[in-house]
Write a protein that binds this ligand. Structure first.
Ligand SMILES: Cc1ncc(COP(=O)(O)O)c(C=O)c1O
Length: 348
């Protein structure tokens, strides 16, 4: 089956008389003893339906989490005391904050790299325990060579995790490129409607799956059944949403590149995310406060277009330009999106 068919059909009850077409929301903290389920922190049929569907799209076994950062914490929890983690300097801010916190408490060592500089990343893999790839990065939009970095990491005995939140399994399949784990903030494109916070991990390694499931059972960062149902409902239309958002983003990137008020456009050539750099913070703030359709909001990957000046967060990396605005392009008509942006951009 092709990905768009999988997105629609995976994780459904069997085609048998009286079965519902969609997995219902099972609100249960416990189950009658004697079966495999036992307790609501260990499993839930609505999570399982979501996990089956995302697992099929990424080509592995999926575990869902309460948030993307809960999944991040579960992966970092696998790193032994004082072992090293290679990490992109422009990984998602929350991921970097978790690493900084763990490093400050002597739990692990972070080796910060420019993930687009493949040879520097390869060199940094020496004796590492974990290599963290995020590609494209949030919000710098750098792209990593997953296959080459994974090869180098594996030669050092390091595990590789790829945060695939921006690309989605439709545009990038890290497990096929050799990665051990894929991570999603399912809050973004997977759920797709700015109404759910959820995370996920996917792996082909059964041993690693069991370890991660054991950590989730114990740490308890589980998703809610309703969130899982909403995320699965959103996943059904992921291919259509990504196709439209990508077409819109490519067209906006082209027009923004020709605009005299824009210093730089960062678009990797795929996906619905891009960044523009304006002359300074004030110009960027005028843009984010000057539109009617585009919503000034953090987060991304919803059907509605949103944007944000990332340096408004004190914790954002100082190497992200003050005038950088990250755009999450939605599925609206591109002409409406452009007209709204254009009237709020600086004229030169
Ligand atoms: C690339 C990336 N990874 C992870 C996360 C964290 O996910 P969540 O907000 O669902 O905890 C985010 C959130 O913005 C993100 O953009």
């Amino acid at each position: 089956m092709r990905p768009s068919t999988r997105a629609v059909h995976a994780g459904r009850p069997p085609h048998e008389p009286d079965q519902p077409l969609n997995e219902p929301i099972t609100m249960a903290s416990t189950y009658v003893a004697g079966g495999d389920r036992e307790y609501g922190r260990y499993t839930n049929p609505t999570w399982t339906a979501f996990e089956d569907a995302l697992g099929e799209l990424e080509g592995g076994r999926c575990l869902s989490f309460a948030s993307g950062l809960a999944a991040v914490a579960t992966v970092l929890d696998l790193v032994g005391v004082e072992e090293s983690v290679v990490v992109p300097r422009h990984a998602y801010n929350g991921t970097l904050l978790q690493l900084a916190d763990l490093e400050s408490r002597g739990r692990l060592l972070a080796r910060v790299v420019d993930i687009a500089d493949t040879e520097a990343v390869v060199a940094a893999c020496a004796d590492a325990a974990l290599v963290w790839i995020e590609t494209p990065t949030n919000p710098a939009m750098e792209v990593a060579d997953i296959a080459r970095i994974t090869e180098a990491a594996h030669a050092e005995g390091a595990r590789v995790v790829v945060d695939n939140t921006f690309a989605t399994p439709l545009l990038q399949q890290p497990l096929d490129l050799g990665a051990d784990l894929v991570l999603h903030s399912a809050t973004k494109y997977i759920a797709g409607h700015s109404d759910v916070v959820m995370g996920a991990l996917v792996t082909r390694d059964d041993g690693l799956y069991d370890v991660l499931k054991g950590r989730r059972d114990l740490l308890g960062a589980i998703p809610g059944p309703f969130e899982s149902w909403l995320a699965l409902r959103g996943l059904r239309t992921l291919p259509l949403r990504v196709e439209r958002a990508q077409a819109n983003a490519a067209e906006l990137a082209r027009r923004l590149g020709d605009h005299p008020g824009v210093v730089e456009v960062r678009y990797p050539g795929f996906g619905g995310m891009l960044a523009v750099v304006l002359s300074d913070a004030a110009a960027a703030d005028r843009l984010t406060h000057g539109t009617k359709l585009w919503v000034h909001a953090t987060s991304l990957g919803g059907v509605e277009s949103t944007f944000e000046r990332r340096r408004r967060w004190r914790s954002e990396s100082a190497t992200i330009p003050e005038g950088l605005v990250r755009l999450s392009v939605g599925i609206e008509d591109v002409e409406d999106l452009w007209e709204d942006l254009e009237q709020a951009l600086p004229s030169d």
